[in-house]
Design a protein around this ligand. Structure first.
Ligand code: ADP
Length: 379
């Protein structure tokens, strides 16, 4: 089968007209990104929300044109429409039928069918270990017997494929849904899987929301007990809109013990409280350091700050994770420590955090979608 190249896709899109009906897509500026991997093509287009008919027409035309290229096996077109805050992009049924108008939205977003809980993992600033914590909590929840997914929504640095050792792009089902890729018992979709790694997109807030809505609603997530959303770091408008529009059960805030990070973490807590999303708790990451040579414990960043801060703010403290080489090395090799070394103290720390998250979500534990253990009594 012939190799599909990005250049070929762009060349074909020169024959598709943009919303104005005359400018070639490839020159219209609406073509936000093209990403190709082994016959799977992902196209991000920006469309004018003021003209939904044209938007649907363009989407369909792009879909059909790319599908017609020899060697193309899957096509997924992300609409990065400039939405009015609070509105939902229109969605299709995947059969090329006219897209249905989305039902009126509840202020907290409609639930995702078959997904019990959506949990945001957030941080006030970047580099505190939010993604590492998300990955390990997700694997730990799966180890506790839950059906778990991760939606990597960190537009500034989508790292979940790397952290969870995923190298392929997702398939698209016959009815137009993306199939998450599973590893370490967790279903994963990353916003990074849809765009070209070499030419990062410049995301504006409303574009993020429309792509995110697609990744929530046009992905075969169900059945899931918990969908972990790895949020972009920070507390700006993008993060606020996301926390407002995604039907979240709660949020986990990751912080290092440093004062500055704590100040940022406080902003994170305040942001979720503003949009009435319950804070499930705070995780103190890089809490302390144990010297690999002498075993001595050093409190590099004034350990314990997050616990005190959580108490002061009357939000639960979920636990602390040390600064440890193994955590970083395993993450970088696509093996979260919970999966790679489940008996280690670090994995146990994440397991304890995951149990507390679960307890905060549903005191007594989530049981509905789990099969009861079978006991065979021999007589
Ligand atoms: P964020 O998502 O907040 O930007 P990451 O999870 O990407 O942060 O972590 C930033 C870096 O710190 C990564 O290289 C990661 O491997 C490392 N890291 C995160 N948590 C720990 C930890 N507890 N011990 C050692 N390294 C860590």
């Amino acid at each position: 089968m012939p190799m599909v190249s990005k250049e070929k896709v762009i060349a074909v899109l020169a024959n598709v007209t943009a919303q104005d009906g005359k400018t070639p897509m490839s020159e219209s500026g609406a073509l936000q990104g093209v990403s190709v991997r082994e016959g799977k093509v992902f196209v991000a287009i920006q469309a004018d929300q003021g003209n939904p008919g044209a938007m649907e027409g363009v989407r369909k035309a792009v879909d059909e044109a790319v599908r017609g290229i020899e060697g193309v096996t899957d096509v997924f077109v992300t609409l990065t429409a400039e939405l009015q805050p609070g509105s939902t992009p229109q969605r299709g049924d995947g059969h090329g039928q006219p897209r249905q108008k989305a039902p009126p939205k509840r202020p907290d977003g409609d639930p995702i069918p078959g997904v019990k809980h959506i949990v945001a993992v957030a941080s006030g600033k970047g580099g505190v270990g939010k993604s590492t914590t998300s990955a390990n909590i997700a694997v730990a929840l799966a180890a506790l017997g839950l059906k778990v997914g991760i939606l990597d929504a960190d537009i500034y640095g989508p790292s979940m494929p790397r952290l969870l050792g995923i190298k392929t792009k997702p398939d698209v089902t016959a009815d137009g849904q993306l199939m998450p890729i599973s590893n370490h018992g967790v279903k994963v979709i990353s916003i990074g899987m849809l765009v070209d790694e070499d030419t990062p997109m410049v995301w504006r807030g409303p574009m993020v929301m429309s792509a995110l809505t697609q990744l929530l609603r046009e992905v075969a997530w169900a059945p899931l007990d918990v969908l972990v959303v790895d949020m972009p770091p920070g507390t700006g408008d993008t993060q606020l809109t996301m926390s407002q529009n995604v039907p979240l059960s709660g949020a986990v805030i990751v912080s290092t013990p440093q004062d500055l990070a704590l100040l940022d973490a406080r902003r994170g807590i305040a942001m979720f409280e503003r949009v009435h999303v319950p804070i499930l708790g705070v995780v103190e990451n890089m809490s302390y350091f144990i010297c690999p040579k002498c075993g001595e414990r050093s409190e590099i960043f004034a350990h314990g700050g997050a616990r005190q801060e959580a108490e002061k703010m009357k939000v639960p403290f979920l636990g602390e994770v040390p600064l440890d080489m193994a955590i970083r090395e395993l993450s970088d090799s696509g093996n979260p420590v919970v999966a790679a070394d489940p008996q280690s103290p670090h994995a146990q720390a994440y397991m304890a955090i995951a149990r507390r998250v679960l307890e905060a979500l549903e005191p007594g534990g989530i049981s509905s979608s789990r099969k009861a253990p079978m006991f065979v009594v021999e007589s």
